[in-house]
Design a protein around this ligand. Structure first.
Ligand SMILES: [Fe+2]
Length: 419
């Protein structure tokens, strides 16, 4: 599982040991602040939404906001409080069944595609659940015996990183729901795309040869980023910038979505089955392309990076452009070398790498071992981070993964070419 020490947070910031203060006391203060910060971010993202908004589930892959708020809370209850606080009382014995996601070892769970059918417990009940668990976690942070502190803070850190992942999903899932609504709801009128990355466009050489990839050091990472290992990088070049809407429009206008020879077989099947003719959330209105965003329906900005494309579309676009998608190892080596102008904070970038275990990877024993390892089949790796990724959650070794047809995430494209 993830590796952590009591002084190392998810930002990789070591907490300095203050003179005369016992280290564990400082760690308690550090983790209390980190816990409050992450829990508050979830609520501030949900605060833009009404009670009705928070119960909708627009497709099986997306979950209601209320469910996200409860599920991340269940995670702390199930994996931190129940095993490590003998005095802890489960808030409601019905909740684990409702809010367990996929942890088979943690017990039975309600069907994922039907999460939107659950109007009760209502939003206020979930708020009370959060308050109950918040208080218990803070008590545990304060009172855990020193001998158990390292393990408790390690699980706490996994829980915080888990909640940050759901903070991103909260936004992608509500955007998908709002995109089904003919009134084009606005999540946040003040939301803006991140500023465009500067610097010359074009392709740059990635240093060829054998490079170490994977997480380095003792700061937090998910287990799928390890073991660190050597990878052979061929002579190749990578785009400094993400593919833009203007470039994508040329693909659309050249008939890219109607040209089977550009597509993988499964991709072409998806184009036909789904009726794709542009990226997700694009609509043609009065001869202009518009796109559903967190700030509502907006004109497609040619200068901005394209978002909401599937792996199939990314792969077809690369073929159209006479290029390739980078492998995840090529992406990581390029990012570590500082070659990417917009490597993070805008769009997750599809790679041509299947989501597989790194050499020597073993999932941890027990329910938490289900976090990543059991999903290592049939999905593709995305690198970087997106505009919806919470601050401090991104890492150069981070491996996101989705099925090839998925396009409700903030997923974009970076091209590569071989020398
Ligand atoms: Fe989860």
């Amino acid at each position: 599982m993830a590796r952590a020490a009591i002084f190392e947070g998810s930002r990789g910031v070591a907490v300095a040991s203050g003179a005369g203060r016992p280290p564990v006391a400082e760690a308690r203060g550090y983790w209390r602040a980190a816990f409050r910060r992450v829990r508050a971010e979830t609520e501030s993202r949900a605060a833009h939404l009404s009670a009705e908004d928070q119960i909708i589930q627009s497709m099986p892959d997306a979950s209601p906001t209320k469910w996200h708020r409860a599920h991340v809370t269940w995670f702390f209850e199930q994996f931190l409080l129940v095993p490590h606080d003998p005095a802890y009382k489960i808030f409601d014995e019905r909740f684990p069944y409702l809010f367990n996601s996929y942890y088979v070892a943690a017990g039975p769970r309600y069907a994922r595609p039907q999460r939107g059918l659950i109007t009760r417990p209502n939003g206020e009940d979930v708020t009370q659940y959060r308050v109950h668990v918040d208080a218990a976690v803070e008590r545990l942070i304060d009172d855990v015996p020193e001998a158990d502190a390292a393990r408790v803070f390690e699980i706490l850190e996994i829980g915080l990183n888990h909640e940050q992942q759901h903070q991103e999903l909260l936004l992608t899932d509500i955007l998908h729901a709002f995109a089904q609504n003919p009134t084009d709801p606005v999540y946040d009128a003040a939301w803006r795309m991140p500023p465009a990355a500067s610097g010359p466009r074009g392709f740059v050489d990635v240093p060829a040869g054998i490079h170490a990839v994977g997480h380095e050091g003792a700061t937090f990472c998910f287990d799928n980023e390890t073991p660190r290992h050597d990878a052979l990088i061929p002579k190749m070049r990578i785009a400094r910038h993400l593919v833009t809407n203007a470039e994508w429009l040329r693909f659309v206008e050249a008939g890219g979505y109607a040209t089977p020879s550009l597509w993988l077989s499964d991709g072409w099947s998806a184009v036909q089955a789904e009726g794709w003719e542009a990226p997700g959330y694009w609509r043609r209105k009065d001869g202009q392309w518009q796109v559903m965003t967190l700030a509502g329906l907006k004109p497609v900005d040619p200068a901005q990076p394209v978002l909401h494309v599937s792996y199939y579309e990314a792969e077809a676009f690369a073929r159209f452009a006479g290029k390739h998608l980078p492998s995840e190892q090529e992406w990581e080596v390029a990012a570590r070398a500082g070659l990417l102008a917009d490597g993070d904070g805008v769009a997750w970038q599809w790679t041509r790498s299947a989501y597989l275990p790194y050499p020597g990877y073993r999932a941890a024993e027990g329910a938490l071992g289900e976090y990543n390892g059991k999903f290592m089949v049939s999905q593709m790796v995305l690198r970087g981070s997106s505009l919806a990724t919470p601050e401090g959650h991104e890492r150069v070794s981070y491996r996101n993964f989705f099925y090839p047809p998925a396009r409700w995430q903030f997923s974009g494209v970076r091209l590569a070419e071989f020398a």
